[in-house]
Design a protein. Structure first.
Length: 175
């Protein structure tokens, strides 16, 4: 029998020794307790245990990472842990682990040629949304991102995607 030690607890070892004859009167319990049970005490939680957590956060895994699938062309440039707005100098640390397979995210596409940024959101996987942007560049050339990637020296290979927040039902960008 394993118990957590408490100074105010009764002496369970003494109680078991005193009433062991009652346990062995039952045929069922006689088979379970062939000899008197032993009591072992484990250390109770102290102040340090209550105030600290044994779980560590792995900050080196947070951020945007490539999915490492051999044919994936979406997340070749995903390596950032912070989002920095070029228009307002706003900085945001990425809390979470995101790949192109992440769903329900807010994303930022940053052009490595000119530094322009496009922010969007998706409820599907980011890979599907990014491929929709590629298709829209051909089928809907008047969209802002379509116009940008069709400029000389620009293209989808120059866009660095950053995923930085799960989409909440209350957050709606540009709608």
């Amino acid at each position: 029998l394993i118990l957590t030690h408490a100074a105010s607890a009764p002496n369970v070892n003494h109680i078991l020794k005193k009433h062991f004859n009652i346990l062995i009167q039952s045929e069922r319990l006689k088979g379970i307790f062939t000899e008197q049970p032993r009591v072992v005490y484990r250390r109770s939680r102290n102040l340090r245990d209550l105030l600290t957590s044994s779980k560590t956060t792995c900050s080196h895994h947070e951020g945007c990472h490539p999915c490492n699938k051999p044919r994936c062309k979406v997340c070749a440039h995903m390596t950032s842990k912070t989002v920095l707005s070029t228009s307002s100098s706003f900085s945001l640390k990425i809390n979470g682990n995101y790949t192109c397979d992440s769903i329900n995210v807010i994303y930022l596409l940053e052009c490595s040629t000119c530094g322009a940024q496009y922010i969007g959101q998706t409820e599907t996987s980011f890979r599907i949304r990014f491929n929709n942007h590629r298709a829209h560049a051909v089928s809907l050339p008047n969209l802002p991102l379509s116009k940008h990637v069709s400029m000389p020296g620009h293209g989808f290979d120059k866009l660095g995607p950053l995923l930085f927040s799960p989409v909440s039902r209350q957050i709606t960008i540009g709608k």
